[in-house]
Design a protein around this ligand. Structure first.
Ligand code: ADP
Ligand code: ASP
Ligand code: MG
Length: 415
């Protein structure tokens, strides 16, 4: 019997009426003969509310205790959804991550899934039950609850689908698929029927919140057929039609001649830039600066080291805005240690990226991107590129303007 994993996000679970709709949709799939595992998120706004409570007690909440709190939203969701299914006569059972168990490492607030024991879930499915598992959380070797980072329910769902060799993972959300860019920012954004795994991974890691990037990694590593589709359609719509809707992540090497050069634009509002000035330029500079940052478990993104002048250089890198204060603290220590002149920071910067596998065979994408930004009078602070993407760091106040201008310049509204 085919096994399908459904994931429902916060908006999809946002009220008891919406949860009843989810139950009706899940029941439709189960009635059609599929085994179903459902992975819901917390009701919309709930995780923010819980983190807000924690911050009222502690400015920088203790990560272990924060996860204890933040993980509870999903526990409410699974219980409510199980009841909604029981209420319409379906057999259903809910589990928290630790009950399954979904094992993670101990990096609280950004833990990684290490293994999933599916024995209990399989037994329930074979007994005809619909199994509902909390998204966003797992348990470490010491039985501490750990969460997977914001948006982590996507990763829970794809990881469960991978571990159980599910036939498909359906990510139900509040948009009807993956668009050329966030349709809330660019009205003309166009839904993609398929997107290559590589492009989806870039878009997600560069800030497209429609999927958490680690979920795309799981989909790629374990070849999980994954589709993004709407939860806001009629739950009783014909199943065949629903199963073909949305956007499918494809793993085929795209050999089409007419492959678009650019497939999508991603952005990340919440970046911060840190510069350490007047650094004595000698071997090991980058290591002495970034080593302590990595030791503090802070992820660094873009990096530039300037040409040295009279034996001194400036070194700039970006981190996510949430880690800015922590990184500045680390850098103050580094400054003294390596005898640098000063540390400067800017926490009001954003990153905009264009992504497309077609870039491999086309030149001129970078120049068109830079021309478009220059025509809009937008100053580029940093640039980074890979084979299939170009990212620029800009002042946050121009971010939406940049995304709209680039969407137009690359004619992404046209098929
Ligand atoms: P969920 O709660 O279902 O996980 P999210 O809010 O995490 O939903 O992700 C869905 C949102 O992602 C959409 O509402 C949309 O605003 C945003 N988004 C960003 N980039 C894209 C994109 N390229 N395509 C579709 N949606 C996008
Ligand atoms: N509830 C969690 C969050 O808000 C996980 C998720 O929605 O995927 O980040
Ligand atoms: Mg999400």
């Amino acid at each position: 019997m085919a096994l399908i994993v459904h994931k429902y996000g916060g908006t999809s679970m946002g009220s008891t009426d919406r949860i009843k709709n989810v139950a009706a949709r899940v029941a439709k799939w189960h009635d059609a003969g599929y085994q179903i595992v459902v992975v819901p998120s917390a009701m919309s706004g709930e995780t923010n509310r819980l983190i807000g409570l924690a911050k009222q007690i502690m400015d920088q909440p203790d990560p272990r205790e924060l996860d204890m709190i933040a993980s509870t939203g999903e526990q409410v969701s699974v219980g409510l959804l199980a009841m909604a299914l029981l209420a319409i006569g379906k057999q259903a059972v809910s589990y928290a991550g630790w009950q399954v168990a979904i094992k993670t490492d101990s990096s609280f607030t950004k833990a990684r899934i290490q293994s999933i024991d599916d024995a209990k879930v399989r037994a329930d499915l074979d007994a005809g039950k619909i199994v509902i598992i909390t998204g966003f959380q797992g348990v470490d070797d010491e039985d501490n609850i750990a969460t997977l980072g914001r948006g982590g329910s996507d990763t829970s769902a794809v990881a469960i689908a991978a571990a159980m060799k599910a036939d498909e993972c359906l990510i139900y959300t509040d948009v009807d698929g993956v668009y050329t860019t966030d349709p809330r920012v660019v009205e003309e954004a166009r839904r993609l029927k398929t997107i290559t795994f590589e492009e989806m991974l870039e878009l997600a890691s560069l800030g497209s919140k429609v999927l958490q990037s680690r979920s795309v990694e799981f989909a790629g590593n374990y070849r999980v057929p994954t589709r993004v589709l709407s939860s806001l359609t009629d739950p009783l719509m014909p199943l065949e039609e629903e199963a073909r809707s949305g956007t499918l992540i494809s793993f085929e090497e795209d050999t089409k001649m007419e492959q678009a050069v650019i497939s999508g634009i991603a952005f990340n509002r919440d970046e911060a830039k840190i510069t350490i000035l007047g650094v004595p330029d000698k071997p090991g500079v980058a290591y002495h600066i970034l080593g302590p940052v990595a030791d503090a478990n802070i992820e660094v993104d873009m990096i530039i080291q300037n040409q040295s002048v009279e034996g001194k250089t400036d070194f700039t890198f970006t981190v996510s805005r949430g880690e800015y204060q922590k990184a500045m603290g680390v850098l103050e220590g580094v400054k003294t240690e390596i005898g640098a002149a000063s540390v400067a920071g800017d926490a009001k910067v954003s990153k905009v990226s264009v992504v497309g596998v077609g870039m491999r065979s086309h030149v001129g994408v970078a120049s068109q991107m830079f021309r478009t930004l220059s025509e809009e009078g937008i100053n580029i602070l940093m640039i980074s590129t890979s084979e299939i993407k170009i990212s620029v760091l800009i002042d946050e106040k121009y971010m939406e303007l940049a995304v709209r201008a680039l969407h137009k310049a690359f004619e992404l509204e046209n098929e």
